[in-house]
Design a protein around this ligand. Sequence first.
Ligand code: NAP
Ligand code: GDD
Length: 334
Amino acid sequence: MTTRYALITGITGQDGAYLAQLLLQKGYDVWGLVARRSTDTLWRLRELGIDADVRLIDGDLTDSSSLIRSMQASRADEVYNLAAQSFVGASWNQPLLTAQVTGLGAANLLEAMRMVNSQARFYQASTSEMFGLIQAEKQSETTPFYPRSPYGVAKLYAHWLTVNYRESYGLHASSGILFNHESPLRGLEFVTRKVTDAVARIKLGLTSELRLGNIDAKRDWGFAGDYVEAMWLMLQQDTPDDYVIATGRTTTVREMCRIAFSHVGLNMEDHVVIDPAFFRPAEVDVLLGDPGKARAQIGWEAKTSLEQLIAMMVEADLRRVSNGQPDARARLAA
Ligand code: NAP
Ligand code: GDD
């Protein structure tokens, strides 16, 4: 069988690490673009035990030359654009950086792909955040977008550019409109991991309080390990297209929190403090995806329930905290 080559931007992120693992299992030669940082960003690849199995290339989505070099070096026939400034909260503080990386970064990569190998297949990490102020109770591929954050706006540009390059140049370019997905490898700034990490610390007596913002917001949460399978499936189709990837169930932050605390026999009411500092200038109140098209056309559906997901995350954080594992807490503004 001939070797297949994949390039993943954002390989050091949550999804990048799980996708790299999946592609390695499928026999791909996996290359990843890694932006220079002064801190250790390879911890997820190490946790999955695959850091020595992937090939890492220095580069940045804002540096076109590094993207052209990455396309050439990797000889990629599948390109997964997962890199982004992905934290919605930070996008109000860094709107221009978010536009450059999360928005224009996709243009840089599409152009590099067109120059080096226009036959390669392209995956764009689009997001349910584009639905923002929702225009339908259940959001599908045909629901109009109404982004509510600089991040959502930047992602919408990248999304439409992916569609446009498909239509303009005939590229095999697909966009996955993924709803929130979490895992033990989730960044600590996102609410699920912030909660599961705090639950572990409270259970082990290291702290007693968890400060949160709007706990009435509702999200359609799935497991990242399930969602990377959908990315791969999209690029295996004869025809490129866009797909909503979701569970079809929505839950409040409050209820997610309750599930996490009760997993270790604690009451959230004894520990959670509402702090206005964590409210956002504009909120996405509710997200609920309709994954019907993905089920019918690419045979994908979510396998992991929210209860299983949160249990998995709390258990991983209990292990980490018990082992005194360092984390990036100091960097957070969550
Ligand atoms: P993540 O953990 O925040 O990972 C983001 C990745 O992008 C990291 O590897 C990061 O590198 C990299 N990156 C940031 N700026 C870069 C730059 N200028 N050049 C190159 N790389 C850069 O995000 P994730 O949860 O895995 O999500 C993956 C993608 O899916 C993102 O595009 C996100 O916006 C999108 N998405 C996520 C969800 C979700 O619920 N997780 C839902 C829908 C869409 P460092 O490690 O060096 O920071
Ligand atoms: N982060 C955070 N921290 N969120 C909080 C907090 C808190 O202390 N308290 C309440 N929330 C609420 C947020 O206001 C939001 O309504 C919800 O919890 C989820 O916040 P995040 O976990 O930060 O995720 P997100 O929905 O804003 O964005 C994630 O999902 C998008 C897909 O819909 C990110 O992964 C994005 O990159 C992704 O595109």
